[in-house]
Ligand binder design. Structure first.
Ligand code: GLY
Length: 577
């Protein structure tokens, strides 16, 4: 049976206006009460759905589901489509994390995070005097980690896929060959990055041209179409060996890159157990280290679980204070304890222990802010850029995939592999470029996240699935660097504690605290003037910032239908049937 098949953007115009106003100017400003439109549901499907950062990628995923493909097939097709239609973050030159829940209830995760090349070292971004060299870990060839996406998709297909591999890669090849019509945001992103593309490439990358890109222009990717064809025909070997690998290694040698053929051949995605925990009658399934996201999200939810957030109200002084105090403590833990479990011992059980979490909140005083200096004298969280992308999928059988994938910064290292047509990540900057000492952004990371050959850099990506009463309930995730964790946290609480629809929950304006800097960062109109004043009175510093995050989520409604939450901050869209 077919139902709606349009994107969320065809919702009633009035409702959309209200949602957008909610994000960027506020629909209502009454503090401590529900400042949200009433029951503004997102796009509804009855059988299967894909929500991603681009309408074309969602369409590709939906078509695979309509062909009888499962959620894993659709994830592979969506991931490759995003590599074409969303060059800022979709990728084959980066990596990601994927959480899945089979319709039987079995859950697992796939880690296709990049790794440090064999020639990497703890001090590789420092000069002989031990000073961090500005820009070395964020742009250009030396910033690139060994890409994991293609091996991740190959492994996903081998274990859980059902349709032929070639069928899943083909839609991306078609998009690359035919070209993609640029949206206003994409054109602006490419224009903004033009100088960086020229700076970091010896050739003139095809993503630049003499005049500015305009919305409506078609961007074709002929080299990328050929690379994707090799991946279609040869699978893993189409990327990690042969022509593509030769082009990538030659690109490295053109400048100061260090990735070798051996690094590429050695790369392997890893199947990991998810981290799981409970929030009231919900079971939360999320990503284990080397992402900090799952551990941090579970800590946050458990720390606020004893409090009645619903009674306090959405964005009330008390709710913001409780969530902020939990965030402050969790990000302090993150900076100290989290890293690649293949290299450091990450005390996951201890960090999620209920007695430990109660103790962490015991110092909470609702009369005043806890200064971050009193929480932990230690190291700050690592800088992470906010350009990543997420997609959520549910198939006709009830299998679910939550996947977050990234090049790190917008367009990654800005290096385009000449002749292969894809961008390389700058994920090496997610390591601590110099543990204990501020990096170029004025931030530092912990020893646990120091660079070592073959090691995975710490991440905040938080692809997450919720069960309610043992059944699939929500699939959620977002880009946003260190704000990923708190955006997912808020999207979940907006639904389960504040009764929002999925669309309202992803559109609602957000706030963020990450221990250091000791400030509540918030989107415009996320916090009413009265609540801001009350928080300031209690000793909190508030910092307004532009919109961030692109939460894409699916909620299973009580009657079994699926509701999309497609973030109006981007070009995000849902497709389903
Ligand atoms: N590069 C962003 C993250 O992994 O969190």
């Amino acid at each position: 049976m077919r139902y709606l098949s349009h994107s969320h953007r065809t919702m009633r115009p009035l409702l959309l206006v209200c949602l957008l106003q909610l994000v960027f100017s506020g629909c209502a400003t009454d503090p401590g009460t529900k400042q949200i439109p009433t029951q503004a549901r997102g796009f509804i499907a009855t059988e299967a759905m894909v929500v991603s950062a681009h309408p074309e990628a969602s369409r590709v995923g939906k078509e695979i589901l309509q062909l009888g493909g499962n959620a894993y097939d659709a994830a592979i097709a969506t991931q490759f489509a995003l590599a074409v239609v969303l060059p800022a973050a979709g990728n084959i030159g980066g990596g990601g994390f994927l959480v899945y829940r089979q319709h039987t209830g079995k859950a697992g995760t796939l880690d296709y995070r990049e790794t440090a090349p064999a020639a990497a070292s703890e001090t590789m971004y420092q000069d002989s005097a031990g000073n961090v060299v500005n820009g070395l870990s964020t742009g250009g060839h030396l910033a690139v980690g060994v890409p994991g996406t293609v091996d991740g998709m190959v492994q996903l297909h081998g274990r859980l896929g059902s349709l032929p591999w070639a069928r899943l890669v083909q839609p991306a090849i078609d998009l690359a060959a035919k070209g993609v019509v640029l949206t206003e945001k994409e054109a602006a992103g490419l224009n903004r990055t033009r100088e960086n593309f020229l700076q970091h490439n010896k050739h003139i990358p095809y993503l630049t041209r003499e005049s500015n890109w305009q919305a409506g222009d078609t961007l074709r990717h002929p080299d990328l179409a050929r690379t994707l064809s090799r991946i279609r025909d040869e699978g893993r070997d189409g990327f990690y060996t042969g022509v593509t690998a030769d082009l990538l290694v030659r690109e490295m040698q053109r400048s100061n890159g260090i990735i070798t053929h051996q690094d590429l051949q050695r790369y392997a995605a890893v199947w990991r157990e998810p981290v799981t925990g409970r929030y009231k009658n919900y079971r939360v399934i999320s990503m284990a280290p080397p992402s900090s996201g799952g551990v941090a999200l579970l800590q946050l939810l458990q720390m606020v679980a004893p409090y009645n957030l619903q009674r306090y109200g959405w964005q009330s002084t008390e709710t913001i204070q409780l969530m902020t105090e939990a965030e402050r403590r969790v990000y302090a833990d993150r900076a100290t304890y989290l890293g690649d479990p293949g290299f450091v011992t990450v005390p996951v059980q201890e960090l999620l222990d209920s007695v430990y979490l109660r103790q962490r909140m015991a110092t909470l005083d609702l009369a005043k802010a806890t200064p971050s200096t009193a929480v932990k004298a230690g190291e700050m969280p690592v800088y992470e850029s906010e350009q990543t992308t997420h997609f959520s999928i549910v198939d006709t059988q009830g299998n679910a995939v939550s996947a977050t994938t990234t090049l790190n910064g917008a367009y990654g290292s800005k290096v385009v592999v000449e002749g292969a047509g894809f961008l390389l990540n700058n994920e090496m900057d997610d390591f601590s470029v110099k543990p204990g000492v501020p990096n170029m952004f004025g931030l530092v990371g912990g020893k646990a996240n120091a660079i070592a050959p073959g090691k995975r850099m710490l991440s905040s990506m938080t692809p997450t699935i919720l069960e309610k009463d043992g059944k699939l309930y929500m699939v959620v995730g977002t880009p946003g660097g260190s704000t990923i964790i708190t955006s997912v946290y808020q999207a979940i609480l907006n639904v389960v504690a504040h009764g929002m629809t999925m669309q309202e929950a992803v559109a609602a304006p957000r706030f963020h605290h990450q221990w250091l800097p000791d400030e509540i960062q918030h989107e415009p109109n996320a916090i009413s003037p009265e609540v801001r004043e009350a928080l300031r009175h209690k000793g909190y510093t508030l910092q307004e910032r532009g919109p961030y995050g692109r939460v894409d989520a699916i909620l299973v409604l009580p009657d079994g239908r699926l509701e999309a939450g497609a973030d109006p901050r981007g070009d995000d869209a849902a497709a389903g049937f």
